[in-house]
Design a protein around this ligand. Structure first.
Ligand code: ADP
Length: 396
């Protein structure tokens, strides 16, 4: 290359002027340091970026211009270059004349003369704006991650809601099919027996009486079922008021037991009672409490096999009474226990056809709650079931 230059062009002064012109045209920051780190040259645009005049930067130590956080790294870089590392690339922040920090991406190289390092040249690209943009991108990336997280939580919630609604819908369908079955069975016997009586005028009196009694029983069963459904919907709509009166709970328990004696005897169940002799007064809705105990007793009979035992106990506690209805029946699996007070919930017992709607215990619990009472259940499969209701006693 040098061979193409004439002497005039190799004149150092001319060369320096050309170099100055090139440096001044350069947009980036160009600084030349001597081995001590003092600035011996800076290009015009570079000085302008730092808001200095060129002459104000000359002979200043480069470290004076570097932001505190980057001083050590800059010193290390200069040291590396002086001790023979050919080049270094790093980021550093310069203080401008007004004291702002301006971030540069620096490429630094040693300059040699006769194989000895004489100076160091730094070429710096102002990356402040680039850094702001990358910071903003990082910020947006974090926001995006957060937004994705929220979306996935919401999606999970929506799925949970969906499966809850599906479960609800399944319960509703099960209920509709249960209820239809429950309605159809007594209706079929009522229609069947009535048709038989109607079509045969010579039917023997004894048979007619038996058929009539079946029709009556099935009619009552239908009425009970319809009342159950009405009761639950009234309770749910807040439409049931409890009418409290003061009455003797012992007397009432005996009445309920008497009313169920027939069904107990029909299954050869031994029913015993442990009731205090004296009267115990409570303030409650007599009719509803009577229905509640009746339903629990009815379930005890329904879910206890022939020759089983049922016990009714009343405990006279300090401020409350506890009514316990215990049976030696088929029991409730532990996994079903948490759900038995839910509407339409019935324990699935394949192969057994015990009629029901899954509404009885809903009614029981709502009535107990309306009296500010408390109901608990203990059960084990094959071991029997114990329901216990606590109700406040009358205060006087
Ligand atoms: P159902 O009309 O089906 O009897 P309930 O609400 O009265 O509805 O009872 C809910 C479920 O709890 C029943 O399906 C039954 O499986 C179970 N259950 C209630 N009482 C007893 C009991 N004494 N022994 C065994 N299981 C019972």
């Amino acid at each position: 290359m040098i061979a193409n230059y004439d002497k005039q062009e190799l004149n150092p002064e001319i060369l320096l002027k050309k170099l100055d012109t090139i440096l001044d045209m350069e947009e980036d920051l160009i600084i030349i340091l001597n081995k001590s780190g003092l600035i011996t040259k800076v290009n015009a645009n570079g000085a302008l970026t730092l808001q200095f005049k060129e002459e104000d930067l000359l002979n200043r130590h480069i470290i004076d211009l570097i932001a505190s956080k980057y001083k050590v790294e800059m010193m290390q870089a200069i040291n590396d270059l002086i001790t023979g590392k050919p080049e270094r690339a790093f980021e550093t922040s310069f203080y401008s004349y007004r004291g702002d920090e301006i971030l540069f991406g620096i490429n630094a190289k040693s300059l040699y003369e006769d194989d000895k390092i004489t100076e160091i040249v730094l070429v710096g690209k102002n990356i402040t704006h680039l850094r702001e943009v990358t910071d903003e991108i990082e910020n947006l990336r974090m926001k995006l991650i957060e937004a994705n997280r929220i979306i996935s939580i919401e999606r999970q919630r929506a799925n949970q809601r969906k499966s809850f609604l599906e479960e609800l819908n399944k319960m509703k369908n099960d209920f509709v099919s249960n209820i239809s079955h429950e309605l159809r069975t007594p209706l079929a016997s009522i229609i069947g027996f009535s048709e038989t009586i109607d079509s045969d005028p010579d039917i023997p009196d004894a048979m007619r009486t038996e058929f009539n009694s079946t029709i009556l029983n099935e009619g009552k069963r239908l009425a009970r079922l319809i009342n159950d459904i009405l009761d639950i919907s009234k309770l749910e709509g807040g439409g049931i008021d409890i009418a409290k009166v003061r009455f003797d709970i012992i007397l009432m328990l005996n009445e309920v037991i008497e009313a169920n004696v027939k069904s107990v005897q029909a299954k050869n169940i031994a029913l015993s009672r442990e009731l205090p002799e004296e009267e115990i007064l409570i303030d409650a809705d007599k009719e509803r409490i009577s229905q509640t105990i009746g339903r629990l007793l009815n379930n005890a009979v329904k879910f206890t096999n022939e020759k089983g035992r049922i016990k009714i106990i009343l405990k006279n506690l300090f401020r409350e009474i506890e009514i316990i209805i215990s049976d030696t029946g088929i029991g409730i699996p532990e996994t079903d226990l948490p759900y038995i007070f839910q509407k339409f919930y019935r324990v699935n017992r394949p192969g057994t056809e015990i009629p029901g709607t899954g509404l009885g215990l809903v009614f029981v619990k709502q009535i107990v709650d309306l009296h500010k009472g408390f109901i608990t259940v203990q059960s084990g499969v094959g071991k029997g079931t114990t329901f216990a209701i606590k109700l406040p006693k009358s205060h006087i």
